[in-house]
Design a protein around this ligand. Structure first.
Ligand SMILES: Nc1ncnc2c1ncn2[C@@H]1O[C@H](COP(=O)(O)OP(=O)(O)OP(=O)(O)O)[C@@H](O)[C@H]1O
Ligand SMILES: [Mg+2]
Length: 342
């Protein structure tokens, strides 16, 4: 239906556990936390994205905030479909249209997702006017977004540390040669910090505070070249019940995250040990690329580099690497048709 193509709009979506991003006309037009707020009485979604995120931890009994994706899989289909639909409708250029345009989409999905879930994502997308819906696996999209030439006969290793999962993949000739997905990523890091505050300082903090600590004062190493300032944290004293505050440093966070980071290191080592020798020698020369929000954790690159004896590079703007790659796949569907999920 090429003659109707002018009525079709193209969008690329990174449906992430922590963040959903959308590219339209080469621009990131949506970059929003993957969260919705629902009215318990009517079941209606009253807010999505940033607005819903601000309600998190502060809701009363009539409002519930939901993260539709958990651990890299869809935990609430209905909420996830409504979230996608509301975010698409909020794209400024599409809002102006008289009729909702039909959409050609490439959606990036976590690689741990099942057939049934894949079909559900596709059907959700079709219900929001998707007339041509393609799916792509996250490590593929991340590799394209980083600018790696994934079609070459050369191995590349990519580690995408998102909110729900860390996906480790060796890619060559447009395919995933070996991969691992572990459910240790940003959400677990945040939880580690919340638990650490409880056990070390008797301080009860919420998830949002835990995440703030991770971003502002987070570290994977005790020794950092440019350590962040110490941070004053407020919460509730578990013994007295009163609000109190404590000072913490990046060393506290490094201690809190240590066990989880060891599990990521182990998964990287296992993937390396399963890599065929010819590709291993490529990786020896080209190193490991990090993407996803977790790549921004201070010292994580150094730690992985020490563990593997390989150079480790943080991709440019790692939070957007996946959506960038999804956008490139969308614009070059013919070139990338074989790497899309069939
Ligand atoms: N500066 C930072 N330091 C440490 N962690 C960070 C930083 N910035 C963001 N993060 C974390 O990165 C995670 C989000 O990353 P990203 O958007 O790549 O995940 P996602 O794609 O939504 O999740 P997934 O790929 O698992 O479905 C969150 O847990 C967030 O707290
Ligand atoms: Mg992701």
């Amino acid at each position: 239906m090429a003659f109707l193509d002018f009525l079709t709009e193209e969008i690329a979506i990174d449906l992430g556990t922590a963040n959903t991003l959308i590219i339209h006309n080469d621009k990131v037009v949506v970059d929003s936390p993957s969260i919705v707020a629902r009215d318990r009485a009517t079941g209606k979604i009253i807010a999505v994205g940033r607005e819903a995120n601000m309600m998190q931890g502060k809701t009363h009994e009539n409002i519930k905030t939901i993260r539709p994706l958990k651990d890299g899989v869809i935990a609430d289909f209905d909420a996830s479909e409504k979230m996608i639909s509301m975010l698409i409708k909020a794209i400024p250029a599409l809002k102006k249209k008289l009729f909702p345009p039909s959409l050609r989409m490439v959606i990036c999905i976590p690689s741990g997702i099942t057939e049934v879930e894949m079909r559900a994502v596709k059907e959700s997308a079709e219900r929001v006017n998707g007339k041509e819906v393609h799916l792509i696996h996250e490590p593929m999209a991340a590799s394209i977004g980083i600018g790696l030439d994934i079609m070459e006969p050369k191995g590349n290793m990519i580690v995408d540390i998102g909110g729900g999962t860390t996906e480790i993949a060796v890619i060559a000739l447009g395919g995933i040669v070996c991969d691992r997905s572990v459910k240790i990523a940003g959400d677990v890091f945040t939880n580690d910090i919340v638990n650490y505050m409880r056990t070390q300082f008797n301080l009860f903090i919420g998830e949002s505070t835990g995440e703030k600590i991770k971003i502002e004062c987070g570290s994977a190493l005790d020794d950092l070249e440019n350590p962040p300032n110490e941070m004053e944290i407020q919460g509730r004293d578990l013994l007295t019940g009163k609000p109190k505050s404590v000072l913490m440093t990046h060393k506290d966070v490094a201690k809190a995250l240590d066990k989880s980071i060891i599990r990521i290191e182990d998964a990287v080592m296992e993937t390396l040990s399963q890599t065929p020798p010819e590709l291993a020698s490529d990786i020896y020369n080209s190193g490991i690329y990090l993407a996803g929000g977790g790549a921004l954790l201070r010292g994580l690159d150094t730690r992985l580099s020490n563990k593997t004896d390989l150079p480790v590079y943080i991709s440019e703007d790692p939070l957007r690497a996946v959506v960038r790659g999804t956008g490139i796949a969308l614009k070059n569907l013919e070139i990338f048709k074989n790497i899309l999920v069939r």
